[in-house]
Design a protein around this ligand. Structure first.
Ligand SMILES: CC(C)(COP(=O)(O)OP(=O)(O)OC[C@H]1O[C@@H](n2cnc3c(N)ncnc32)[C@H](O)[C@@H]1OP(=O)(O)O)[C@@H](O)C(=O)NCCC(=O)NCCS
Length: 178
């Protein structure tokens, strides 16, 4: 089964060794990580890449590295993961995204998300795909809405402590043929 998804402007693909350096820098950017509890160290990013690669080996899909077709630059990821925490909607397939700041505001995230969702339904055979983020992450919520996901409700993220500003999350979902 192909692990490459092509869109008009992007190639979504498994990770190359050359993706590590730009991804390390992306994860050290406080603005990119402002809706996460912290930025990531080099070691944390390298471990994350190992986990992503293992996920592709185990399942045949995962968080795809995004490469721009015009300049072949690595700009972040979009794709699928299995949330590791317990909740009323887990286990499930989650779609997520993280792009470098200089690639925001060009529609790349939504273009990649839509293509992933189509691939998830048509090729991977998913029945439903969830997405969630802190209620204050409006750019990510906008990608969810533009990609056809619909609001299910809110939940308190179990990993974050009581009172943490990112604790309350919105949950969105899209069903096949919805
Ligand atoms: C969430 C995130 C990926 C959104 O990126 P983004 O670039 O704002 O999202 P989009 O791809 O939808 O592009 C948005 C804008 O591009 C503009 N745009 C420019 N050219 C465009 C084109 N050719 N096609 C479509 N939109 C275009 C649009 O006006 C759109 O803005 P609007 O929705 O206000 O109209 C980005 O903010 C990010 O990486 N954040 C940090 C990580 C993060 O929080 N991830 C989510 C955790 S759950």
């Amino acid at each position: 089964m192909s692990q490459i998804i092509l869109t008009e402007r992007l190639k979504l693909r498994p990770w190359l060794d050359t993706d590590a350096e730009p991804f390390i820098q992306l994860n050290k950017d406080p603005e990119v990580m402002r809706f996460f509890p912290s930025t990531q160290t080099t070691d944390e990013t390298l471990r994350q890449i190992d986990r992503i690669k293992k996920h592709f080996t185990d399942y045949g899909y995962g968080l795809y590295a995004i490469e721009r077709l015009d300049n072949h630059q690595f700009i972040g990821y979009t794709g699928f993961a299995h949330p590791s925490f317990k909740s009323h909607f887990t286990p499930c397939i989650e779609v997520g995204w993280r792009l470098s700041k200089d690639n925001w505001g060009r529609g790349f995230a939504t273009e990649a998300a839509k293509a992933c969702i189509t691939h998830g339904f048509d090729i991977l055979g998913f029945n439903e795909i969830y997405s969630f983020t802190a209620t204050i992450n409006l750019p990510s919520i906008s990608v969810m809405k533009k990609s056809g996901l619909q609001l299910v409700g809110e939940f308190e993220h179990p990993i974050l402590p009581e009172g943490h500003p990112l604790k309350t999350h919105v949950l969105y979902k899209i069903s096949n043929k919805s």
